[in-house]
Design a binder for this molecule. Structure first.
Ligand code: XMP
Length: 534
């Protein structure tokens, strides 16, 4: 395995994903772990190399340094950006603030024949220098090499853009190989983990399933597990995996709050109860949710109400299951679809400084309240890996590659007060939009517009406008269509859907959904707008 020490860069998770894509297992831990921790981490002999991430800060603003043990274990170390600078400083070199900030695209000359960069280049200059097209983002730079190091890469404004001590297998790069703008970044990281560290590319989903199944069985023994199934990717994959491991010992609870997409509840039941033969309790709580939401129009208040009711309903169901039935001890475990980014963000890693996380509707705090032990079989996986796992476990591709859907569901897509009538109109309009996105193929990529967008949905506007249908005047509701493209949901662009597609969606919605006579398309990017309307 590879250890990534996080100094708080927004790109740290990307480093981990690139390493995993090379089929090498890696973990991200905060940079301020102790020397003893690092030595204990390496004690089983599986640690093959260490990567030091970048930081959002400069070496002069923060005193974060790598634990000294990093440099005495005898494993290869790669420092990226701040990681290179702290390596230089800790090993006897010098780092200085720079008058010019390099930010964005740069061309870097790769020197000599270091094991890390040898033979890797985007182009060669007339003088025969190998050049790399890279992404840079830094103010400080290394100005004196530590003893034993030589220059590995340079730019006119940053003479030491890369350094190497090949005897100790320590490497530093000032640019960011983990971002896709660095064209050879993937090749460089692969070279580091596979060739220089000699890590085995054995992180493969099928092996992981076997291992995860064994772990779940060992953890749970003959006890019982309950899981809140939402229909989302994470809880669905967790359910399928746990079901594979312990079958009948798992009971899924599916709370239908009445604010789901069209036929969503039936699809979840058909998949899990029907195809997988898992035990699923479906709780239809839509009346309760609608009753409590009546008269409430403030978005945050709606979120609170939905979150609270969700927990109440789930808890009541869990209590029932926990109560011993004849011949059973009752459930002892609560399973959750927590994934690795959730763990990194909440686990004290430095990156928590940089991002505020949304409060999701998952059942935080419930295990203690219910006196249950927590089972989280996806804790080590990134979203792409969770999807890959879902497919390997036999879940349908369409389910596993679905757009994200907010916990409060249509509750935040019906502006203002939520009413049953509005929810029904919105569900049907939304389904038409999604159906057309799925069936319209963009010719250059050969992909559907559903796959080309990150999130797409309809929003119900409680506004009436005048229309004409046949000879009659109508006075009906408006829906807005929203489709965005984004990689991290922190920023997003509205999708440039083809007019022909919008035209078809609009005419189908107006013709097929009686009660809606006007469709608009949202052309706001985030920021300053958000993806959801509430
Ligand atoms: P915004 O609207 O903040 O959305 O740009 C960013 C992403 O978060 C999702 N979202 C939510 N997810 N509970 C959730 O589980 C919520 O209350 C919530 N609000 C927004 C949104 O769908 C998008 O993917």
């Amino acid at each position: 395995k590879i250890l990534i020490l996080d100094f708080g860069s927004q790109f740290t998770q990307l480093i981990a994903r690139r390493v995993r894509e090379a089929h090498v297992y890696c973990e991200v831990h905060p940079c301020d772990v102790s020397d003893d921790w690092v030595r204990a981490y390496a004690a089983d002999g599986h640690l093959k190399g260490i990567i030091l991430s970048g930081s959002h800060a400069s070496v002069y603003e923060v005193d974060d340094r790598a634990p000294d043990a990093v440099f005495t274990l005898g494993v290869p170390v790669l420092g990226i950006c701040y990681g290179m600078q702290t390596m230089a400083q800790q090993l006897g070199g010098k780092v200085e603030g720079s008058a010019t900030r390099e930010f964005g695209y740069a061309e870097v000359r790769a020197h000599g024949h270091t094991a890390l960069l040898k033979g890797i280049a985007d182009f060669t200059t007339p003088e025969g220098h190998g050049m790399l097209k890279v992404w840079m983002s830094h103010g400080d730079k290394v100005t004196a090499l530590p003893p034993g190091f030589k220059v590995m890469a340079s730019t006119p404004s940053c003479p030491i853009a890369g350094m190497a001590d090949e005897a100790r297998r320590f490497y530093g790069v000032q640019f960011h190989p983990e971002v896709t703008h660095t064209v050879q970044g993937r090749a460089i990281l692969e070279r580091f983990v596979l060739e220089i560290c000699g890590a085995q590319p054995d992180w493969i989903m099928q092996n992981h399933i076997e291992e995860a199944v064994q772990n779940i069985r060992a953890q749970v023994g003959d006890e019982e597990v309950i899981l809140g199934l939402s229909g989302g990717v994470d809880s669905s994959v967790a359910a399928a995996l746990i079901h594979r491991a312990i079958g009948e010992q798992l009971t899924c609870v599916f709370v239908d709050h009445g604010l789901l997409r069209l036929h969503e509840g039936d699809m979840v039941m058909e998949m899990f109860a029907g195809k997988l033969h898992a035990k699923v309790v479906r709780v239809d709580a839509s009346e309760l949710f609608l009753r409590e939401l009546a008269g409430v129009s403030d978005p945050e208040q709606k979120r609170k109400i939905i979150g609270r009711l969700f927990v109440d309903v789930f808890k009541a169901e869990a209590e029932k299951l926990k109560a011993a039935r004849p011949g059973s001890k009752g459930a002892q475990w609560l399973a959750q679809g927590t994934i690795y980014p959730d763990v990194i963000e909440s686990g004290g890693a430095k990156s928590k400084k940089a991002v505020t996380i949304k409060s999701h509707h998952n059942v935080g705090g419930l295990p203690e309240q219910l006196g249950l032990k927590l089972l989280e079989p996806l804790r080590d996986l990134f979203k792409d890996e969770v999807r890959e796992l879902g497919v390997a476990l036999g879940l349908p591709h369409d389910m596993v590659y679905r757009h994200p859907f907010p916990g409060p569901g249509l509750g935040v897509r019906i502006l203002g007060e939520v009413k049953k009538e509005y929810a029904e109109l919105l569900r049907r309009a939304d389904a038409i939009f999604i159906e057309e996105l799925r069936s319209t193929i963009e010719p250059h990529s050969g992909k559907s517009w559903y796959d080309l967008t990150s999130q797409a949905f309809a929003v119900f506007l409680p506004v009436k406008s005048v229309g004409v249908m046949g000879d009659a005047r109508t006075y009906d509701w408006v829906v807005a269509l929203r489709a965005v493209q984004t990689s991290d949901f922190m920023t997003a662009d509205w999708a440039e859907l083809p007019y022909a597609l919008l035209k078809k969606v609009s005419s189908r919605i107006i013709n097929e959904v009686r009660g809606i006579n006007r469709v608009t398309y949202d052309v706001s990017s985030k920021p300053p707008a958000t993806i959801e309307w509430e």
